[in-house]
Design a protein around this ligand. Structure first.
Ligand code: B4P
Length: 190
């Protein structure tokens, strides 16, 4: 089973490249950002709670996202593998994911970490904000907060996966196709 964590700061290209990897390797895409946005669109209690954090560029509480991932794993027991996109984002989320996967004997195969310069992240997100209407992509100070939250709470996961020998840094600058080729070359060797 191929279980990939697709990692990087906001705007690094996780969602974009996940689309390519699910097609290339027949994996199931689990994006906590997409799952949360569909809860918001459906107007659920969970969605309303999550929206307050997301609109400010803050992380949604661990228990909420871990619960969502757990139920998706249980609902897809026959999968060939998963792409975790935007999850884990804290060390506690990473530990919970390891526990869930190790209990099934299907650990993480590798963490692919997209590396992109800060100004490029800001430019990509502001440009998506114009076309998508996403509240968290429209304001530069919210985008900068998301990047700060990433640096403080999420980037320690690089060390977490390095210690397990599972971290692969990938240059995330360039065209979408160029980056997809770089990712494919690493995944083929996992
Ligand atoms: P996410 O939905 O995960 O959003 P993201 O990190 O901002 O976007 P992503 O990284 O997928 O976008 P991409 O670069 O592909 O999270 C949103 C919010 O949800 C978080 O702030 C948080 O509040 C909450 N949340 C989600 N998961 C959570 C968790 N586990 N725990 C707690 N809270 C959680 O794309 C960005 C743009 O760049 C696109 O417009 C794309 O077209 C463009 N782009 C991509 N690659 C490009 C390239 N090579 N060149 C030029 N443009 C490119």
């Amino acid at each position: 089973m191929l279980n990939i964590v697709l990692f990087g700061p906001p705007g690094a290209g996780k969602g974009t490249q996940a689309e390519f990897l699910i097609n290339a390797f027949g994996l199931i895409h689990l994006s906590t950002g997409d799952l949360l946005r569909s809860e918001i669109a459906a107007g659920t209690k969970l969605g309303l709670e999550a929206k307050a954090f997301m609109d400010k560029g803050e992380l949604v509480p661990d228990a909420v996202v871990i619960g969502m991932i757990k139920s998706k794993l249980e609902a897809n027991k026959d999968a060939k593998g998963f792409i975790f996109d935007g999850f884990p984002r804290t060390v506690d989320q990473a530990k919970a994911l390891d526990e869930l996967l190790n209990a099934n004997g299907t650990p993480i195969s590798g963490m692919l970490s997209l590396e992109v310069e800060k100004q490029e992240l800001i430019d990509r997100l502001l440009s998506r904000g114009i076309s998508s209407g996403r509240a968290d992509d429209q304001d530069q100070s919210i985008i900068e907060n998301r990047i700060n939250v990433y640096n403080e709470k999420t980037s320690p996961l690089i060390e977490y996966y390095k210690k397990q020998g599972k971290h692969f840094g990938i240059n995330g600058m360039g065209t979408i196709d160029e980056i997809a080729e770089r990712l494919k070359a690493v995944v083929e060797k996992l």
